[in-house]
Design a protein around this ligand. Structure first.
Ligand code: ZN
Length: 217
């Protein structure tokens, strides 16, 4: 049985396994049989820039290939968060990972068993209660009880993700769109044309969940 390893990773192989499963999971988020689209191609290319690096020491914690932090960095954590990649970690483990990635600040935020504090504009805190749940509250007035799994998800999505990605921009300006449209159309035409070449057909095959027994597409 394959299990998603949960950060923090002590060895490079664990980080590499995590990264591989994340990419496979993102692939599965396509519609069944849907080939890789241009945005997916860009997403995976970006994530691979932030793949784990061994630094020549496979028995040490992996670093990010692009950032000077332990793997996974904030870019990977944002993809984990927004895709709801089901990592079996605890809220405290998420907090430790956010400290490692520099998303939380050890001088300002608190990550310890039974106690989590985070947030800049609005401070939020969670304390483990005798009820077997986290008692969460925010300076904005919210109060709630969460399971550990729920708090782990809340902590991650409120800190690691970027700005809400949809719409791409909130104040669309027609002149700007008009200026970019020709180049984008040309790029898409090139992309579609390239998909017909043998090399791309083979590459794209890896993005298509194959029907059992069906030949690769
Ligand atoms: Zn990175």
């Amino acid at each position: 049985m394959v299990e998603i390893p949960a950060p923090p990773f002590e060895r490079y192989a664990e980080g590499r396994h995590f990264h591989r499963l994340l990419l496979l999971y993102l692939r599965e988020l396509k519609g069944a049989g849907e080939p890789v689209g241009f945005h997916q191609y860009l997403l995976v290319g970006l994530l691979n820039v932030h793949a784990p690096a061994s630094g020549g020491a496979g028995d040490r914690p992996p670093g990010c290939s692009a950032c000077s932090v332990r793997y996974p960095c904030r870019t990977v954590l944002a993809a984990v968060s927004d895709s709801y990649f089901p990592v079996p970690w605890t809220a405290v483990a998420v907090g430790g990972c956010l400290l490692d990635a520099g998303v939380l600040d050890p001088e300002y935020d608190t990550v310890q068993p039974g106690r989590l504090v985070w947030g800049r504009k609005v401070r939020q805190s969670a304390t483990w209660s005798a009820s077997g749940r986290w008692r969460w509250q925010s300076d904005a007035g919210g109060r709630e009880y969460y399971t550990d799994e729920q708090l782990a998800g809340l902590l991650l999505i409120e800190t690691a993700r970027g700005r809400y990605p949809y719409h791409f921009v909130s104040d669309e300006i027609e002149d700007e769109v008009a200026a970019l449209r020709p180049a984008a159309a040309e790029r898409l035409t090139t992309w579609e044309r390239g998909l017909g070449t043998p090399v791309w057909r083979e590459e794209r095959r890896f993005g298509v969940p194959r029907q059992r027994g069906a030949p690769p597409r």
